[in-house]
Design a protein around this ligand. Structure first.
Ligand code: SAM
Length: 377
């Protein structure tokens, strides 16, 4: 179940976080297609300078570790998964240069491998970022499951890099080949883009991979009406902060409190940082953390956690991340500390919260959402 067999070798790969009875694999047919194609066409040698984008659990980076690839991701969870999978395959971490999306890329690549993300805005931004690290000899090889490749996907490659074609399908996956045309006038990445929040008139900046990048999410909109205010709050966390909209509202209502913003997406945390700075200034009471759930936050340290939980992580859908967040929230809250969440009514978060905290109060509800509060004993 967790052994990837490709021409480059056999590798053990787990999805992270590890779940009991995991039914999903840590790679897909598009990863296999890329690795087979590279082998069949003898495209890589150990001296090939390789850049890999959006490798979710390390299938590509680990199979190509002998080239010492530079692996770029917006996801802290993916970086953790790749690090753990390197360990179980006894590959030294120095073999892969793991970079977040904002770290500068060195030099010109011979080969750029792109696992095409579902979010086309992210792909667009990434194509602009790598363009400067390509020349006309750079091989661009992208892939995804067929359902994630559309005419608009190819158009992005053609508009930003150069002519693009798709391969025949193998196991419902396709490759995209693209030739770099440096004469192309490609313009600049439109990200971060902005929207104006009608409720306050505030302008929010959003990097390409931020949740609800084009407008405020309906759940967050509802939650904004119920952000609490209390002189007794010393430390508030906007957990899974996205662009920071909930934490910023909490900061405005609670000017004495330290406000932390945390998310697993580098683009989310950077957007929250820009928005906090632009709307509230550069105060020492704000801090920003790229992390998995509440990892790295002190136990018994928080008075209030605000959370609009994710219902998927990378391609894996489910409430397991919300559950992990609630569990960790209990540990990090002071006695008497509050967790306030917003969720779709049908998700049944109140059952989980009641089980964990002993009580769960419904603060508000509308046709679609509920706002729930649990207090740590
Ligand atoms: C529903 S969005 C909420 C965003 C923002 N709070 C809002 O209300 O607009 C959920 C967020 O959870 C983040 N996320 C997903 N998995 C995570 C994890 N393991 N740890 C931290 N954040 C995570 C996503 O990147 C996304 O920004």
């Amino acid at each position: 179940m967790n052994t990837l067999e490709v021409p480059q070798g056999q590798f053990t790969l787990n999805l992270y976080p590890i779940r009991k009875n995991e039914q999903l694999r840590a790679w897909d047919a598009a990863d296999e297609y890329i690795l087979q194609h590279l082998h069949e066409h003898s495209i890589v040698s150990d001296s090939t300078k390789v850049i890999i984008l959006n490798d979710s659990s390390g299938a590509l980076s680990i199979a190509l570790a002998s080239c010492k690839p530079c692996t770029i991701s917006d996801s802290y969870i993916s970086q953790q998964a790749i690090t753990e999978n390197l360990k179980i395959n006894n590959i030294e971490p120095e073999n892969i240069s793991l970079q977040n999306i904002f770290q500068p890329i060195n030099g010109i690549a011979d080969l750029v491998i792109i696992k095409i993300p579902k979010n086309l805005a992210l792909l667009e931004d990434e194509l602009y970022r790598i363009r400067e690290h390509c020349n006309e000899k750079t091989v661009i090889l992208a892939a995804a499951m067929i359902k994630h490749i559309h005419t608009s996907t190819l158009k992005l490659f053609e508009r930003i890099l150069g002519p693009a074609t798709t391969s025949l399908a193998r196991k419902k996956a396709r490759l995209v080949h693209c030739e770099v045309n440096l004469a192309l006038v490609a313009g600049e990445s439109p990200y971060p883009s902005q929207y104006t929040l009608d409720i306050t008139g505030d302008v929010y900046s959003n990097h390409a991979n931020v949740f609800s990048r084009e407008k405020l999410d309906l759940g967050s909109r509802f939650m904004l009406e119920y952000i609490p205010q209390s002189a007794s709050y010393n430390h508030i966390l906007d957990l899974a902060c996205g662009n920071g909209v909930l934490g910023i509202a909490a900061a405005q209502l609670n000017p004495q409190a330290k406000i932390s913003f945390a998310d697993e997406s580098y683009m989310a945390v950077e957007s929250a940082r820009i928005n906090t700075q632009q709307l509230l200034g550069n105060e020492p009471r704000f801090d920003f953390k790229v992390t998995d759930c509440l990892q790295g936050i002190k136990d018994n340290s928080l008075d209030l956690i605000l959370n609009n939980p994710p219902f998927h992580q990378n391609h894996v859908v489910g409430d397991f991340i919300a559950w992990q967040m609630f569990n960790e929230a209990k540990q990090k809250l002071k006695p008497g500390g509050e967790l306030i969440i917003v969720g779709n009514r049908h998700l049944g978060y109140h059952i989980k919260l009641k089980k964990l905290f002993g009580r769960c109060e419904m603060i508000a509800s509308n046709k679609k959402f509920v706002i729930l509060k649990s207090v740590n004993k």
